[in-house]
Every structure is written in structure tokens, then in C-alpha cells.
Write a protein that binds this ligand. Sequence first.
Ligand code: GLN
Length: 449
Amino acid sequence: VRFHLNNIRDKKHLNAFLSVYEDEALARAAEIDKKIKLGTAGKLAGLVVGLKDVLAYKDHPLQASSRVLDGFISQFNGTAVQRLLDEDAIIIGRQNCDEFAMGSSNENSAFGPVLNDADNTRVPGGSSGGSAVAVQADMCQVSLGSDTGGSVRQPAAFCGLVGLKPTYSRISRFGLIAYGSSFDCIGIFGKSVEDVALVLEVIAGPDEADSTVSQLPVPSYSKALQGSDNKKYKVAYVREIDDSQGLQPEIKESILAKLDAIEADGHSVEVIDFPLQEFVLPTYYILATAEASSNLSRYDGVRYGYRSQQATDLSSLYKKSRSEGFGKEVQRRILLGTFVLSASYYDAYYTKAQKVRRLIRDKTKEILKHYDFIVMPITPTTAFKLGEHTDNPLEMYLADLFSVQANVVGVPAIAIPCGTDKQGLPIGLQVIADDFEESKLLHFSNTLL
Ligand code: GLN
């Protein structure tokens, strides 16, 4: 714990943490040391974990990096957090992120941007940027983030980490601040697949507090990693991505080189067509903003956090609290979402996007019937400069081109490090598997490192 606290102190300029629970973490470590001596310590004894500021930790601040939740203190533990504590993990602090997890660079936080530890002039990715940098800079061993459209995998790629988005519904969302509820997943950052697998098996599984969570039993993911390496898989690579104009050449080269290595290892690799590729991003942004506009209606200046002092009546209380409390990008998403849900445009946008989502899911599932994995980039570029895309939201949304498919479909996907570009910036490789195939996904990914 002291080692990590020192790193947090030394690298304060990275702005990864919003709160550090120093005394608590040290006290807990001392308690766990005693348990270890008695042989009663849990499975994660002493694992130092950080939480993205969207996960409820009882009696600690929680505000999704937003002014609108100023002063809000969580009254309960989210299920994933409770399960970590039950197995004797140590929570070291609350991590900076894009406001309400909306963003791809961590520049939308009310607390300022997070800097990438590989190059302080560059973004760490988003929205779970603080969680990624915290692991990158050894401020904790593992972080929990949330992945609605890539927010764990994309920053993992920009920071050279392993980042897992499990199958939708594999981990309870109880105690996770909602963004797009049909996409939201808690995800895990680590430096190794082993760490991620171990945490997943602790936090996944049925939960009475979340009616959407899967009832399927949770296998031992960490044991699955020890399985024999002789299994040969069928891997698909999407032609449309290969042809994609915006893909940085070095990313393409590293992924093709990795695919060659996969083939040389005795697996089969085939190039396949996915003609729906161009519809994935627009589908995501229509549906995620629609859900966000509904989810964020609860922040009304009455129930939680921030309340405007300028209000003169009830309607101005709502308007002013929301206008002053929410940042620009969140307001943009609420407006977009409200527009696509409005009576005159509902069918043209929302209903249409739902239909396209179904087509994308069916087509992806069809591919995953014939292949064990789909391999693709996570991001079109490596970590970009701070401020590079802040004036152009569309450009920023394009950073999510390859990460949103797994969320639109619901299947699990992982980011693993795959070399660096000429400037030494990390490149990430994405592997996607079928629903609830995390054991296979983790096992295969581990052999690629
Ligand atoms: N960058 C995407 C967005 O802004 C994904 C965010 C996320 O996964 N939370 O919607």
C-alpha cells in the first residue's frame, strides 16, 4: 500500500485520483496482514484496487467527475465493490474520468484532464482515463472502470494495459452510475491477464440487486488460464477494418504481424466481410445518447448533489441546476438523446437504430458461430495530443470506431498490449469472443502476450 501511495504522491500531476484513502488503506492492510497470519484472508488479500468515480463505495464521495454531484456521498457499496471487499482487496481511492463516462480522452472531467504517463502531452483515453493511468503508473494493481462503448479497452490500449469488458450482464450493475443501461458494463484494468481473470471471478455472477444480471454460474477464470496451450482456434479478421482509411499504418502493421504469429502458432486466421461496419458507430451514438438523456433526468437539483442558488421557481431550479452542474459534452449528449427520442424523430432515429442494432448483433453472432474470436484494433490511432480533438466532437467520437461493436452486440472483448508505434506509444489489440466465453477469451489472450 505504501509503495502505491508513494507513486500516487510522486505522480500527482497525472491527475489520476480524485480522492486517496490513505489512512483507511493502511489500516485495512494491517488488518489483512493479521488475517493472513491466521490463515483467514480472502482470495484477493492485499490486492490494491482503485475505483473509477462511477462506482458506489459506502461513505465515500461519488460524483462521476461532475459538478452536478458535488458533495454526494454514497450510502451503500455497489455489488462489485462489496465483493472486492469481502475477499480482502484494499481500495486505495477514487479515480478521475470523463463526466458521466462520456468521452474518449478524459478531457471532459470537471476536475481537469488526466495525463498519459507514457507522454504527458497526450491523453490517456477515456472515459476511464484515471483508472488506466493509475495502473500504468503503479498507483494501484488493478482498477475497476466502466465500458459503455470502449471506456476500459480504449484507455487500456493508450496506456499499454490489459483491459476487459465482459459480456453484458456478467457483472451486476448495482452501484454503477448509469450512462447507457443496455450497454454499460463494469470492466477491469490490470497489467496481466491473470490479475484481470482473478478479479472477474470474484465480482461476476448473479445478484439479487440487479434483475438484468446473468444467472449463469461463474467459472474459475484464473484456472482457465492454466489450461493447455495446445488448443487451436479459428480467428476472424474483418476486411472492412483492414481497408479503413483512418487506421494508423503502424497499428495495422502490428496487428497483421500478430495475426501472422497467431497463424504460425497453429491457429487459423481468415479475413471475413462485415459490411455493417460503417453503421456500428452511428447506432451506438444514437442509442447511448437516448439512454443517457433518460438516465440523467434524475439529476434535477433536488435529489442529489448540486443545486443552483439562482433559481426563482421550480422550473428554473431544474434548468439552472442542470445548466450549471453538467459540463458541455454531457449537455450535448442529453440534447442529442432527447432529439432522437422526440415524438417526431423517434421512428426515424431511435427505432431505426434499434433495428440496426439487432442486425449488427445477429451478423456478429453468426460470425462467432464459425470463429472462436474476432481480432481487430481497439483504436484507429495511438494516444493523441491533449486538446487535439476537443473542438470537434465528431472527430472525438471516431476514436470509438472499433470499440463500440462489442457493446452494441453485448459480447465480451479484451484489450491487450501489442507493441508500440514509432514514437514509443502503446498499441492495443482487441479480441472479441461470443457471449459468456470469457474463459476462452482470457486463455487465448494470455497466450498472445
Ligand atoms: N467514448 C464513448 C462515449 O463517449 C464510450 C464511453 C464509455 O464507454 N463510457 O460514449
